[in-house]
Design a protein around this ligand. Structure first.
Ligand code: SF4
Ligand code: SF4
Length: 276
């Protein structure tokens, strides 16, 4: 008998069930900021684990393991959030007195907001929650994701997972022309350490598809499988071809995969395998 796929598997939205074991107890919440890792896909990726100098992410036995935080060791330093290619790590601080706390979110759009800006806090499914004030901005670049901290009521700290800048509702992932303004040669693929200049050099040398660039530079071949860099490479190719991104014919795209057991291959879906 087939069972209904979970919301996480159908739409990528984590529920309270999915977050069980990923949030600290009351004592750890009071100690200071902590990392909430919403990474649920068993893909070969571990920058969070190797970047944490406090060993606060439980060691992996296998590269496909999922990360879990040891909240007694986590300082909320946010180093893991800066290097996570899946943008899956959030830093929550509810240790202060009063009703307000902070949520620190990875942010890959331009313009990067500034301290004091009012933005629109949004839930996991993108729905608007309420206006929130930016209280801290850590710029990105050199393989690190920008982080933006918002002040929000404590009861919403596990609800807010993104935001938009109201004046920039149409904002899109940074185009390379904008990235040029942000830094000399920004990193395009954080997983493999490929920067914008390298991509442009390859295009100038005649590499004209995402796959060609991927195979030559390794951009898009890291743990996140192009989730962060593919769009930027496409926009560079489109710009080179003199067409819009929509008009540009995209190459093949293989999204992140997860290991599939022989049981599933033999019996059909994971649900079939589980229920047989
Ligand atoms: S926030 Fe800092 S201490 Fe906590 S898990 Fe991430 S890197 Fe480790
Ligand atoms: S996607 Fe982020 S949270 Fe998940 S394993 Fe990779 S670095 Fe860690």
């Amino acid at each position: 008998m087939k069972t209904k796929l979970s919301l996480l598997k159908r739409e990528g939205l984590a529920t309270a069930d999915d977050l069980r074991g990923r949030l600290p107890g009351e004592d750890d919440k009071k100690r200071g900021p902590y990392a909430v890792i919403e990474c649920f896909e068993e893909i070969p990726c571990n920058p969070c684990v190797v970047s944490c100098r406090f060993n606060a992410i439980l060691p992996f036995k296998d590269i496909n393991d999922l990360p879990y935080v040891d909240f007694s060791a986590c300082t909320g330093c946010a180093v893991c959030a800066r290097v996570c290619p899946g943008l899956a790590i959030f830093i929550v601080d509810e240790s202060m007195d009063g009703d307000m706390g902070t949520i620190t979110l990875p942010y890959e759009y331009l313009p990067l907001p500034e301290k004091g800006w009012q933005v629109l806090a949004r839930a996991r499914d993108g729905s608007a929650l309420f206006p929130a004030t930016v209280v801290r901005v850590m710029k990105g670049g050199k393989g690190k994701t920008a982080l933006v901290s918002l002040e929000v009521p404590k009861e919403y700290l596990q609800e807010v997972r993104s935001f938009t800048v109201p004046e920039e509702e149409d904002s899109v992932p940074c185009s390379c022309a904008e990235l040029d303004l942000a830094e000399e040669s920004p990193t395009v693929c954080r997983c493999e350490g490929v920067d914008l200049q390298e991509i442009r050099d390859l295009i100038a040398r005649g590499y004209k598809t995402v796959d060609e660039i991927k195979h030559r530079s390794r951009a898009g071949m890291g743990p996140c499988q192009g989730r962060s860099c593919r769009q930027i490479i496409l926009s560079e190719l489109a710009r080179d071809a003199g067409v819009s991104l929509e008009e540009f014919e995209a190459g093949s795209f293989r999204p992140p995969t997860t290991p599939v057991s022989m049981d599933v291959l033999a019996k059909g879906s994971e649900e079939d395998a589980e229920n047989s």
